[in-house]
Design a protein around this ligand. Sequence first.
Ligand SMILES: Nc1ncnc2c1ncn2[C@@H]1O[C@H](COP(=O)(O)OP(=O)(O)OP(=O)(O)O)[C@@H](O)[C@H]1O
Length: 276
Amino acid sequence: MTLIFQNIRKQYGSNVAIDDVSTEFVPGLIHGIIGPNGAGKSTLINMTAGSYTVSSGAIVLDGRQMQSLKKYEIANSGIARTYQNIRLFDQMTALENLEVCYYPTEVGATWREVLWPPFSRSQRERRREACMEILRFFNLQGYATAEAGSLPYGRQRMLEIARALVMNPRVLLLDEPAAGLNHHETAELTAKLAELRSPARIMIIVEHDMDLVMTLCDRIVVMHHGKLLFQGTPAEVQANPDVQLAYLGTANDIDEIRAAAQDRRAKLGIRARQRS
Ligand SMILES: Nc1ncnc2c1ncn2[C@@H]1O[C@H](COP(=O)(O)OP(=O)(O)OP(=O)(O)O)[C@@H](O)[C@H]1O
């Protein structure tokens, strides 16, 4: 299984948000997407999840073109996501927020549930137990019957990731999962995400927290002004002068960054910039 971006482009009117991006994501690895504000990171996630259309190019999962599918078809093909701004069902309990994920796939069995109560009970119990197991994984079992909107912010972030996992997705897209978390919560999140690494799953994380990205990710794509600036391991990314300049904000387009980076390399030598 591979997720491939083939020359993808996204335009909002005359604003080119994503410009000819090609890359590949593989299972078993945690992929990070980083870049300064407005670089196009969330747009990549939104196009992959079908929230935004793709202006041109292709997003291919396991040989199947995804960019023309409907959002629910993309979800049914095994792509799940979380949002930069938490989107839980606030008035439903934490457990219900997870259970509701079964509705689209099991709705066809509703008539059997109505006509045959024992079937209904066993289905409901099976779903509930599967959801409780995920809640336990995130140490959220104590909140199972609490309204999602009443949970502390950090717990809501975890609950959103828990919900994305209910259907056991082949591709898990996390858009700034650490946003707003304190140091302790970020450490907890980092450990949980590391446990989710699986040979059966592609994980892609958009994140500004460089400690989390550098600790967790195996491969990193660096975006800048809608273009793919660099990709490599965390060590390669940190050592790359183009990336350093992009983050330093001393140049405004890729060619300028490359030229300035060469100049800087010649004058100063290459020095990895660690961001914390
Ligand atoms: N719905 C939209 N309509 C118009 N322009 C948009 C829309 N969403 C994003 N953009 C523009 O696309 C570009 C990339 O935005 P995007 O949100 O993908 O960047 P980002 O790297 O995720 O930034 P941040 O780190 O601040 O979230 C920006 O110029 C942004 O203004």
